[in-house]
Design a protein around this ligand. Sequence first.
Ligand code: BG6
Length: 495
Amino acid sequence: MTLDNSFTWGGASAANQYEGGYNEGGKGLNAVDVLTNGSANEPRKVTWEMPNGETGATSLSWDPNVEFKLPKGAVPKILDGYYYPSHQGTDFYHHYKEDIKLMAEMGFDVFRLSLNWSRILPNGDDEEPNEEGLAFYDKVFDECAKYGIKPLVTLSHYETPLSLIVRFGGWKDRYLIDAFTHYAEIVMKHYKGKVNYWLTFNEINAMDMAPYMGGGLIDGSEQNRAQGAHNQFVASAKTVKLAHQIDPKNQVGMMLAYSAIYPYTCDPKDQLLVMKAKQEMLFYSDVQMLGYYPTSRLKKYERDGIKLNDTVEDYELLKKYPCDFLSFSCYTSNVVTTHANDAKAAGNVSSGNITNPYLEANAWGWATDPDVLRIGLNELWTRYHKPLWVVENGLGWSDTLTNDHKIHDNYRIKYLRSQIKSMEDAVTLDGVDLMGYTMWSAIDLVSNGTGEMKKRYGFVYVDRDDRGNGSLKRYPKDSFYWYKKVIASHGQDLD
Ligand code: BG6
């Protein structure tokens, strides 16, 4: 049994990690343009300036229990003396023809990319779009069309325009609902006929995990995160409505950062932890796929004294315009436990800081779980019964370029083989409705979590290091040729 011809194969990217050209073609700045590089042990930082000229940098947190907050009055700003990896990314801006050709050589049906909102509307809410910005993506989509590659477009992949952050403090302000739908309307009308697959917010649950990244929040308090999420839900529902009006062929997906969550022991207390962690993660997909807030979240807000600035119309929109499909990223699984002091449980694997003794991990502590996609796909399918799309899955690894310009990434092939097998089992054995698979990432790009270049994911190596040195030349890795075979055989030949 295998995947049929309608299944779409491809790769993924995000403008802030890939595109570069941060100040070219009339582009305004976005949230990530003021993020420094970091490492596995050192978080990236947001650089800022106070009205009195004082400057500094605040660590970006990926821990929902650590509140993210810039000093009062500080405004994110690019400063001298810091290195900002997004400014050049891996230069898709100047390499798009070459890169799309490489994707076509692998046999891609689909290429996931994000539009840099501030390339189109430099301040995020300009009345008229920046024509040069629109023209850039026209060229990209035309190039894709040349090879029969369909674009899957994320409207916001952590790229909230900086001007909206400075003026409104990010997504906590309802004004961003209007700014976003204005932007969505412009691009959906402009690219009508060129793009039919859209995603509203990348990893919408990042609002809880990384409020600056996900919501452009200067103050990531629980109140602001709750409001930021609500505003993104409403903006997304309005976008679904718009998309269907503009072109009935449009399909709009939500995008969730998914991870399977396992209990470390069979202690019922550990099962409760799993249940709670899932409620936190799936709250986002419940609202966007079912059209209403789950009671567990409403009760949490009640307990925590969170008050939403909402309207009756908001909830009507959520009910009436859920997303057409659910897309998700999935790299790893996490373990939770009430027995964290057990010597075997205390480790450095993944965000829960609990080691899964049954799994290996990469150098960044992300467990490589061969069954995670089958588990995730079944969980999401059973809960929502709407089409799914794996839009991110891959292995971050520090690849070595040999003297003869080869990259022997058999570790990546091994990981992807198990992931694709797991995904295929979910479809062929369990009957999950899956639209496609876009591996992260088509071409090497900057790591989002750390800002490093050395945490590479691509099928194609890009000559660039952690300080931005390198020729930017592209070299296909061994996995490039392997994936080509996988696509040509519709996922049957995984050897
Ligand atoms: C997802 C993001 O969280 O994971 C991507 O949507 C990101 O932007 C990817 O690059 C892998 O994470 P990282 O931190 O290894 O780049």
